[in-house]
Design a protein around this ligand. Sequence first.
Ligand code: FE
Length: 195
Amino acid sequence: MASTRRSVLAALIASPVLAMADNDLSAAAPTFGLDLTPDCRDGDEHTVAQTEGPYFKPNAPLKRDLAVDAPGGERMTIGGLVLDTACRPLPRALVQIWHADESGAYDTKGYKLRGYQYADDDGRWWFSTIVPAAYAGRTRHYHVKVQKPHGRILTSQLYFPNERLNKQDSLFDRRLVMRVSSSDEGRFGRFDFVV
Ligand code: FE
């Protein structure tokens, strides 16, 4: 199991990071879909904000591997860049996520499937987690907060493409849809924040 995970992760990893952190695969950036070409081309357009909803909890841990919290879930890595409105990467930007588990439930007692990270020197953020299930009234989504160093906090949500329930969810916004691809290791969702 560990060796399978290691080999699959190795295939996802940017080699400069691997060279630095060979013994800490959780710290290594997945490469596919995480090249450094930013999605922001128009400029001046901040990522749209959305409600944090009822399940946000302060004081979530510094944590990148959330998949350990839901071993029965379908693996998914989400990541991308944090950029300013001039499309420049923002190293050390804080990215926090929280989301439902594979049955659509939030952990409201503890901090499962909740965590934050800082973007790396290239402005990249990523989490290893699972695919959340839809729940009453909501299509599949991740909740996010993104804060550029010493800046304001963007609260928003990320969505999946081609979900049947997207049309029925009044909060759904196509500007917040991730680019999703698949691999042996599960799905990968790319989204670049502009803050
Ligand atoms: Fe939610």
